[in-house]
Design a protein around this ligand. Structure first.
Ligand code: SF4
Length: 424
């Protein structure tokens, strides 16, 4: 099989993994020799680097052969898909070719499990090693690690990669056992814990060394920094499949909160289950609404940046699912009207962050502005916040919302009316 055909199979097989924040770039094509940068439309995804830049990655599997039988996965052993396998050299060559042509800024590499978790992980690590050590590759590398691989291999992976991830796959241990019987949620947890320790130690060492360098010898900063062991400076992430079993949003968010707290994960990615060819009977026939995935990301954002706990976002008294027709912050505010209106001139940051329509940046701007003057209604307009959504929940020097919060139809006023979908 030629390289082109392998790329077609192994880029397509990698597209189900959301843990590099893939947003599916539009295919670029310079067939016919006109212009640089042809990727033949294969395997390029967008991701965010640790410094916040949006970058393009070559997203592929080393192989889609796999000896495991995870029911939700198109590459499982019982699936009837065409198979292919890259050699280490082929992945290195492809990465360097695309990189030199300016099509990508890095590599996202995952793999099905062949022979054994250690053997597979060794191959994945070898790609990163050859790129870094033999070709001095300075681009971004995200490696998907295999939870059952040995700690030594994980440690080596962290040396070469900017980011590591292990997919937790299902939000509960029972769900994983039912749909991916060969996987072990305790082993996944242990691997995440080990990685968190390495990442923490590496960061602390770099911080300490940077501080010492600034105090003692600022001129030798670069040299001294290079001696600090590197370990996945972009941290670790994971992916959870949503809608492959009956797990509620509340449980999903509880699992995410635990992962953020216990293993300092950088990101949890939510991937709406999509029906695959030859799907097992245990799986639902249809994908969950994509808006569910969107609401989970919004809720996740509220936990990480807005001070909400998962219990507040979906309280135990509810059915355990996020509302699909409104964002979780608005849903919380409507359920807690007694906490509003929030005074723009006196409320603490934590409370301002709970106002629907206010982002972190808006709140910081309001706090900066109110240090020098009293905030008025016109200040909100200047900040370009969605006034209709914000005004019932705030008061300013010259503005009171009156009885807006008491309106029985406030939710209907603040959510867009349902729209009939177009035919195409
Ligand atoms: S281990 Fe499971 S999820 Fe990963 S490629 Fe194999 S079947 Fe798919």
């Amino acid at each position: 099989m030629n390289l082109q055909s392998k790329l077609a199979i192994l880029a397509d097989a990698a597209k189900y993994d959301a843990s590099c924040a893939s947003s599916g770039a539009a295919p670029r094509n310079s067939v016919g020799g006109r212009g640089m940068g042809s990727t033949e439309g294969m395997g390029i995804c967008h991701s965010y680097a640790p410094d916040g830049r949006c970058i393009s990655l070559l997203k592929i599997l080393l192989t889609n052969f796999c000896q495991y039988d995870c029911l939700y996965c198109v590459n499982r052993v019982t699936s009837n898909v065409p198979r292919a396998r890259f050699t280490v050299d082929e992945v290195v060559r492809l990465t360097l070719d695309f990189y030199r042509r300016n099509c990508i800024e890095g590599l996202f590499l995952s793999s099905g499990i062949i022979q054994s978790p250690d053997y597979t992980m060794e191959q994945v690590v070898e790609v990163a090693r050859v790129l870094r050590e033999e070709h001095d590759f300075r681009g971004y590398i995200h490696l998907k690690t295999i939870p059952d691989a040995s700690p030594e291999l994980m440690e080596r992976a962290g040396r070469y990669a900017d980011r590591l991830s292990i997919n937790i796959e299902l939000p509960t241990a029972e769900g994983l056992k039912a749909l991916a019987p060969e996987k072990d949620s305790a082993a996944i947890d242990r691997s995440m814990a080990r990685m968190a320790v390495h990442i923490g130690e590496s960061r602390a060492a770099r911080k300490e060394q940077a501080a010492q360098t600034i105090v003692s010898m600022p001129q030798s900063r670069t040299t001294r920094r290079a001696s600090v062991p590197h370990f996945a400076l972009g941290g670790q992430s994971t992916q959870m499949i949503v809608g492959a079993d009956a797990t509620s949003d509340r449980t999903i968010l509880a699992t995410s909160a635990r992962l953020y707290g216990a293993h300092q994960l950088r990101r949890v990615y939510y991937s709406a289950f999509s029906p695959i060819p030859d799907a097992a009977h245990a799986l639902p026939l249809a994908a969950p609404p994509t808006v569910r995935e969107h609401r989970l990301y919004q809720a996740d954002w509220l936990m990480r940046f807005y001070g909400f706990t998962h219990d507040e976002i979906v309280p135990p008294s509810q059915v355990g699912m996020l509302a699909l027709d409104m964002d979780p912050k608005l849903a919380w505010a409507l359920a807690h009207r007694e906490r509003f209106p929030v005074n723009l001139n006196t409320a603490p940051r934590e409370l301002l962050l709970r106002v629907p329509g206010f982002g972190v940046q808006t709140v910081d701007r309001l706090l900066a502005a109110r240090r020098v003057r009293r905030l008025r209604h016109a200040d909100l307009a200047r900040l370009h916040v969605p006034l209709k959504k914000v005004l019932p929940f705030v008061e300013a020097a010259d503005y009171r919302p009156g009885r807006a919060l008491d309106a029985a139809d406030l939710a209907a006023q603040l959510t867009p009316p349902p729209v009939q979908r177009s035919l195409f």
